[in-house]
Design a protein around this ligand. Structure first.
Ligand code: PMV
Length: 322
């Protein structure tokens, strides 16, 4: 049996996935649009073994509830391949995990690709994307490259490329707020929001129209329209989450300040926009020409411990190791 290495990059959403459909299969309640970031990379190797699954994350064995979740995902791969083998999985992240930096997207995308290929499955990109979704919704978007959209209404929701990354000349700056692991996982945050936030029906409706409008902005190459939509969509997602009981609050002070910073830079003529996933870390995205001004400004924002500057990345890549 081959040893397969897969490299995947975290998908940052411009239009967020926030809320699950009822029923099994980890289906999203909303469409979402994202792109992969080269600074947020996961490399995973998978090899079939006799016996139980063994998973190592950055050299440390994964145990307990973490292992149970990964074994349940690997079971899906076994079922698809009609196999009973165990897996030895080694995964390395090039960025802090479980802090809201979308590590689950690159993680499950790389795991789906490496494990399925290691048992001899040759999945199409849509099928691989749908498999990755079972681990984490955003992971479906890490499989293809470019600007991708996942449609929630598909039989087996999966992400497809809308446009190449060149449709907008973007670069990114991820601001790391030093608060350690996040308090509420995206899964728990979504479930609580869906069950208790009175804003949720409005959010679901808005997510669909935001996706359509963002897709049109992409077709026109209109960075300002796309940026404004993405920024508003991120704030709407967090407002929905903050409307939950008890509230789901990912923002810290520097997170909100980064949104004000983006607005200030726009007033100075720089096309800079802010977004944020299920954690405290703000992400600025901007025209490549504004990389220096946006990165400097974010680096100097009080409470930002460090900044990762990033371009976009391709979809998942695989190779068989000797
Ligand atoms: O893929 P999950 O279950 O970690 O959820 C991702 C949720 C957000 O990052 C907040 C939004 C998104 O679309 O990536």
């Amino acid at each position: 049996m081959p040893r397969v290495e897969a490299t995947a990059y975290a998908s940052i959403a411009f239009i967020k996935y926030w809320g699950k459909a009822e029923g099994p299969g980890n289906r999203p309640a909303t469409d979402s649009i994202g792109i992969n970031l080269e600074a947020l990379k996961t490399v995973t190797t998978a090899v079939p073994i006799d016996g139980d699954d063994q998973v190592f994350l950055d050299g440390e064995p994964v145990t307990g509830a973490g292992l149970t979740k990964l074994t349940a995902f690997l079971q899906l791969v076994r079922e698809l391949a009609d196999a009973t083998t165990g897996f030895r999985i080694e995964s390395h992240n090039a960025f802090p995990t479980a802090a809201g930096l979308a590590s689950s997207s690159s993680g499950y995308a790389a795991l789906a690709a490496a494990a399925s290929a290691a048992v001899g499955l040759e999945l199409t990109l849509p099928d691989l994307s749908a498999l990755a979704r079972r681990g984490s919704g955003s992971a479906a978007r890490s499989i293809p490259g470019g600007f991708v959209r996942m449609r929630s209404t598909a039989l087996e929701p999966h992400a497809v490329t809308l446009q190449t990354a060149e449709a907008l000349p973007l670069a990114f700056a991820v601001g790391i707020v030093d608060v350690g692991p996040k308090a509420i996982s995206s899964r728990d945050g979504m479930n609580r929001t869906t069950a208790t936030s009175s804003y949720h029906p409005g959010w679901i409706e808005r997510a669909q129209t935001d996706c359509d409008a963002f897709e049109q902005a992409l077709e026109r190459g209109d960075l300002d329209a796309a940026g404004a939509l993405a920024e508003a969509n991120a704030l709407a997602m967090h407002a929905d989450a903050m409307g939950a009981r008890p509230p789901v609050v990912y923002f810290r002070g520097p997170t909100l300040e980064a949104f004000h910073l983006a607005a200030r830079l726009r007033r100075q003529g720089h096309p800079v926009y802010a977004t944020c996933d299920a954690g405290p870390h703000p992400i600025l995205f901007f025209h490549r020409d504004a990389t220096e001004v946006a990165t400097d400004a974010l680096t100097n924002l009080p409470g930002i411990a460090s900044v990762l500057v990033s371009g976009t990345a391709p979809g998942v890549q695989m190779r068989v190791l000797p």
